[in-house]
Design a protein around this ligand. Structure first.
Ligand code: GLU
Length: 482
């Protein structure tokens, strides 16, 4: 039997890394066996609805290449795929569940209902002793017919232990007494998550459900609903939450929790996806770099694990550097351009700059700090010209820069390679070591002790005019020193 999995995000305005990882595992379970991956929008909690949030979900999945086989925008045989468009379906099944004894009508004050709603958002069972449970079905129906607002609440009469199997956490036992009789259908006719997920997963013939382990404690409630209807529950795959450290969840507040935040910080979508695949799954060997299609081949549910998934930005940054280096020169340049446009206004040889940066940066956001001296020569200390290793001091620098300033107007073509040859020749002709020429030039061009790129690379990027101007600034300052 082919797997059918679904990604069921709530449109809250951003894509949490943990949710994207859930989507990835759902996708991989489906695709590793030629199955279907569905997208379902869970917008029944209208208070949390954020305008435009669905577009973020679409664009994130598309950006990382996780295409869905059925969904709100492309349809499918099991639609609608947006929960707010399925209200009549939930109402029908809620009334059926009451008839079957798995739920009851409740007329308690909305306050209790909303408290329950919040409890459910946290997926923590809250005890609620409902007096309406004692009402007969006839009484309840008469009150509904008279126009009284009502909810449908789950009825839990079972005693003892609920048992179920989870692919990651193994066999789980939860006491029925620990479950609350939560609201399934609200007064406004919207279902709660606790009801809608069961109805939809059944009707959409979902075979595997992947979700955060915070849902484990509610799973017996879902199983009771499946059981009452005589349906088979899906295979459960609960995954540990993505943590910032051992104690804290990764939250939007610290700025690393959302896919968009990471992309804005210069991380590549492919690297983010690769990294999050490993947050709870391993291939069984040392391999770490996987494209999405390689993951499809390597993935298996058995290798998901329940140890806490700590989001390690240092590891992601390293991995991002690996992806940056794997890009073609053209792709790197195309991705770097918007960053250049943000921080560089002077006319530079940007293709030459890309060549220098691609092997040396880990995120695209590093570009700003690596190029600020190109935009404006910083005010630097002349002591920088003194370097034992390079065998330079201010006099040697002064002399070398004078020779270079005289040479540069004739250098043709103005390229890193040619400049390098010409400066080496100039050093040899004047009895200097290469470093005694190249080092002072690099300081004069950058004003910095360390730079991405050597003297001639910087000269190629800056162009002849600006390079000469900067060398003349150095000469003037060294001269003034006397
Ligand atoms: N809408 C739920 C969430 O975003 C989905 C949970 C599930 O996959 O069942 O947490």
């Amino acid at each position: 039997m082919k797997a059918r999995t679904r990604f069921a995000p709530s449109p809250t305005g951003y894509m949490h890394i943990g949710n994207l990882r859930t989507a990835l595992y759902e996708y991989l379970i489906a695709k590793s066996g030629g199955g279907d991956f569905l997208l379902r929008i869970e917008d029944t909690d209208q208070k949390r609805y954020v305008e435009g949030a669905t577009d973020i979900i679409y664009s994130t999945l598309k950006t990382v290449g996780m295409n869905w086989d059925e969904g709100p925008d492309i349809g499918g045989n099991y639609g609608p795929y947006v929960q707010s468009e399925r209200k009549p379906i939930y109402a029908e099944y809620a009334h059926k569940l009451v008839e079957l004894g798995g739920a009851h009508y409740c007329f308690c004050a909305p306050k209790e209902e909303s408290e329950d709603d919040e409890a459910e958002e946290n997926a923590v069972p809250a005890k609620f002793q409902d007096p309406c449970k004692r009402l007969s079905l006839e009484e309840a129906r008469a009150r509904i017919a008279a126009g009284e607002p009502f909810t449908v609440r789950q009825t839990i009469n079972k005693k003892g232990k609920s048992r179920f199997h989870d692919e990651v956490y193994g066999d789980i036992e939860i006491d029925y007494d620990d479950l609350d009789e939560g609201v399934l259908l609200k007064t406004d006719g919207f279902p709660t998550y606790n009801f809608a997920n069961v109805i939809d997963d059944h009707l959409m013939e979902i075979t595997h459900v992947v979700r955060g382990n915070e849902y484990i404690s509610s799973t017996p409630k879902y199983n009771l609903i499946y059981e009452t209807f005589g349906w088979t529950p899906p295979v459960y795959v609960h995954v540990p939450q993505v943590m910032k450290d051992a104690q804290h969840k990764l939250s939007k507040r610290n700025g690393d929790a959302s896919f968009q935040d990471l992309v804005a910080k210069g991380y590549l979508p492919e690297a983010i996806l690769n990294y999050i695949a490993l947050l709870g799954w391993n291939p069984g060997d040392d391999r770490e770099i996987f494209s999405l299609s390689e993951l499809e081949k390597a993935f298996s549910v058995e290798r998901l694990n329940k140890s806490p998934a700590i989001f390690d930005i240092v590891k992601l940054t390293w991995m991002n550097g690996c992806y940056i280096r794997e890009l073609s020169a053209e792709d790197f340049h195309r991705l770097a351009l918007p960053y250049y446009q943000k921080c560089l206004t002077r006319s530079l040889d940007l293709a030459a700059l890309s060549k220098v940066l691609q092997p040396r940066i880990e995120t695209l956001a590093d570009i700003a700090a690596q190029t600020d001296f190109l935009e404006q020569l910083p005010d630097y200390d002349l002591a920088l010209f003194e370097n034992k290793k390079m065998k330079t001091d201010r006099d040697i620098a002064n002399n070398a820069l004078r020779l270079v300033a005289a040479l540069l107007p004739q250098v043709e073509p103005w390229s890193n390679e040619n400049l390098f040859e010409q400066l080496k020749k100039l050093a040899a002709d004047n009895g200097l070591k290469n470093g005694q020429v190249l080092y002072p030039v690099r300081i004069a061009l950058s004003g910095r002790e360390t730079t991405s790129g050597g003297a001639t690379e910087l000269a190629a990027i800056l162009g002849r005019e600006e390079s000469l101007a900067r060398i003349n600034v150095a000469l003037q300052r060294l001269g003034e020193q006397g």
